[in-house]
Write a protein that binds this ligand. Structure first.
Ligand code: SF4
Length: 157
């Protein structure tokens, strides 16, 4: 079982420096990928678990757009933009299985800085352009993110 930890401030800065650099390095390639070849990973800790009705799959959830958390807004925007899919991940282990099945050319990952750094490392040998958007409030539950920043990243082209 995944153990959720909030990283210390000093570590966060290291992860931030790494993920900022990767975002810059990969942004041009990401922008060249058609929206329908892109997928998005969001973390399960953003869900409002008191009311969430997302469909549970092995390793992830599919949001049912109940309006209970910001994943609802992200899901709706992705449909408007014609993105390929949104996966609400239970943990990083589902990433490899999903990319094997879906073969995306680009990924937007929303996560804490630690998970973001790990994801860039997992995907480093794949021919996939990755953009990372950090959570603005991390932890194990009721986490948060900046929707305007997500929208900016999603619309890059
Ligand atoms: S919007 Fe989606 S992920 Fe959020 S609580 Fe509702 S079904 Fe769950």
């Amino acid at each position: 079982m995944k153990v959720c930890k909030v990283s210390p401030k000093s570590k966060k800065q290291t992860y931030k420096t790494f993920t900022d650099k990767q975002n810059k390095l990969q942004s041009k390639k990401f922008a060249s990928v058609h929206f329908n070849k892109r997928i998005v990973f969001a973390p399960h800790c953003m869900r409002n678990t008191a009311i969430c009705i997302a469909a549970e799959k092995e390793g992830y959830y599919i949001c049912a757009e109940c309006g209970g958390c910001k994943i609802n807004d992200i899901s709706k925007l992705l449909k408007e933009l014609n993105y390929h899919a949104l996966y609400v991940l239970k943990g990083g282990r589902a990433i490899e299985k999903i990319i094997k099945e879906q073969k995306p050319a680009a990924i937007v990952g929303i996560a804490c800085f630690f998970e973001g750094e790990q994801a860039f490392k997992i995907l480093k040998d794949e021919n996939i352009a990755v953009q990372f958007v950090p959570l603005t409030k991390d932890g194990c539950t009721t986490t948060d993110t900046n929707l305007k920043e997500i929208e900016r990243v999603l619309k890059q082209k």
